[in-house]
Design a protein around this ligand. Structure first.
Ligand code: LLP
Length: 382
């Protein structure tokens, strides 16, 4: 719930902007800390979900590590207080420059996705007279049952190394003098709401543990990636950390000395953010009424890109309910937040909140149509 007092304050602020409720963020982080520390799990926040500097600072202050996918993310994470030796670096296309910087910064580990990539890391590490620590991102061929653009563990995916390639990978890595293989890494997709997906992942990991042991490879790191979904119908609802962590606890079989690592992104920041916008025009279509708001797909691309549903609230109307197509001002038909969506009687100037937008919202904003990037307002600033 966004309370009345806050709504009144929104009236005077220029829109659109992301509103971050720090109370929700802190509560989420408290729970995450409790659930992970208690079990000895190591959390690396997936910076891509929301790299806002203030949000990064708050997350790092809880003592978590970071999961980054570019040098700029690593740099931002370090500037926000994350320790370099708690940063993992993932991605199928790390450039030479990024690899070099990451080695110099002293990151915890590269999560590697192919033999050619490991070869380049080995060469750059050798030039620097350093040993690069790596984990193998393995494609476990598990369907995450989520939108196809955020499913990564299927066969024809650019992500990860197939299990049938592992024999060859081990052989090649054993010949590389500047690589130290310490772990296995997985990430099967995002916005996963079926817990059985994670159970299948654990079963797969247990099998791989056998395989590595039979090849006399001892791994210290088992990284299950991110992916825990949030409830987009219930803004601010806490993610199911307890259920998720106890499921992993129950089904994963760690070997002595192994540490379980996780990379949650959406579940950490999703529920603390809302995109706040004002209604510009209400316009009749032939079968619908358009509520044209001043936020568009440039501010929040998820509905246009993944047909994602975010709860929409008219914060300033109590009128009778009508159905609206809630659309933005961008010159694209896909600039639609929801179709035939029930809202109280909506008019120009009403304040609209698009909820659960803290993850992959601000982070994916663009300047298409030469629009300004969305502003940001924190709950303790108004
Ligand atoms: N680890 C790796 C290797 C990843 O690729 C990702 C996300 C995460 C962790 C964090 O996953 P999370 O816990 O947030 O599900 N833009 C899309 C989501 C893309 C996710 C990309 N990878 C969206 O708006 O739904």
């Amino acid at each position: 719930m966004i309370d009345k007092e806050t709504i009144e304050k929104f009236r005077d602020l220029p829109t659109p902007f992301y509103y971050y409720n720090l109370g929700t963020l802190n509560e989420t982080l408290e729970t995450l800390k409790k659930e992970s520390l208690g079990r000895g799990y190591k959390v690396h926040y997936a910076v891509k979900a929301n790299p806002n500097p203030r949000i990064l600072k708050i997350i790092s202050s809880f003592g978590f590590g970071a999961d980054c996918v570019s040098w700029n993310e690593i740099d931002a994470a370090i500037k926000a207080g994350f320790k370099p030796d708690e940063i993992v670096f993932a991605g199928v296309g790390k450039s030479d420059y990024e690899i070099l910087n990451a080695i110099e910064a002293g990151i915890f580990c590269f999560n590697c996705e192919s033999i050619p990539e490991i070869e380049v890391i080995n060469k750059i590490a050798a030039d620097q007279k350093k040993i690069a620590v790596i984990s193998l991102r393995i494609n476990p061929l598990i369907d995450a049952h989520t939108h196809k653009y955020i499913t990564t563990g299927i066969e024809e995916s650019k992500f990860g190394i197939h299990t049938w390639e592992l024999e060859e990978v081990l052989k090649r890595v054993s010949e590389m003098k500047n690589i130290r293989l310490t772990g296995m890494h997985f990430h099967v997709g995002s916005q996963i709401t079926r817990m059985s997906v994670f159970q299948s992942l654990c079963a797969h990991i247990n099998e791989l543990q056998e395989w590595f042991a039979s090849h006399n490879v001892n791994l210290e790191v088992v990284n299950v990636g991110g992916g825990l979904g949030i409830d987009y119908e219930t803004p601010e609802k806490a993610p199911a950390f307890a259920e998720y962590f106890s499921l992993i606890d129950e089904f994963i079989e760690l070997r002595p000395g192994q540490v379980l690592h996780l990379e949650p992104g959406r579940s950490v920041v999703g529920q603390c953010g809302s995109l706040i916008s004002k209604v510009l025009y209400v316009k009749n279509g032939s079968n619908t009424i358009f509520a044209i708001i001043d936020a568009g797909m440039t501010d929040l691309i998820r509905p246009a890109l993944y047909q994602a549903h975010h709860k929409i609230e008219n914060l300033t109307s109590q009128g009778s309910i009508h159905k609206y197509d809630v659309v933005g001002p961008i010159c694209e038909s896909s600039d639609t937040f929801a179709k035939f969506y029930e809202l109280p009687d909506t008019k120009r100037g009403d304040i609209i909140a698009i909820r659960s937008a803290g993850a992959y919202g601000e982070a994916m904003a663009s300047r298409y149509n030469l629009r300004d990037l969305p502003r940001v307002v924190f709950s303790d600033e108004i």
